[in-house]
Design a protein. Sequence first.
Length: 216
Amino acid sequence: MSYYTQYRHLALEGAKPAPTAQQIAAIETLLEAPLPPTFLAFLQVANGAWFDYTTDVPDGNGGVEKMGFNTFFSADEGDFCDETLVGEIRAARQHTDMPARILPFARDGGNSMVYLDLTEDGGGRVLAYVQELPEWTGKRAHGFIELAHSFDAWLDSLYIDRDTVLDELEHSVSEPSHLDAMEEWLDIGMPAWRRDAGIAALFALKQVELCANEQD
């Protein structure tokens, strides 16, 4: 059994069927720009998908903040602020006066998003809009930050965070099927994980625990 659809080193969940020509045309008409081939290729397999990968976002202080823009918007006929490409374009233009040729395409669990900048100056770069947090959560960069010079380069930069793996093994894996899915996720996105002593040991321990629970 396969739990994911694979695109390069990415394991995708819950993707919808590939968009139709009419849906692509509607997005490009509203965007006022053609979608780049690399974005279209990804959209064919990742339409509305979810993926658990980390992006390093410059924090404005010489470091990075690890963020997950894990909900990819769909090509469905959208309305407004509904995690469709069309709906999020409309929302961005109304709420933030976003100019034409800038496409919001994914978000984190809050109000931070990533955008494809297809303006003449942007040249296809990927930007993040990072929502500022209250002071008690620590400082972070706020506003638009360039993450990559192209969509393809942004995809290449995504990775599975080791601390996330250890945390999910410790706290989220409670059934054998969860462990099977995690193994597939790691095989796709972190092929060398079995050579990581910490991850491999915790994975093996979780296997023993789940086997004992089944026997009980």
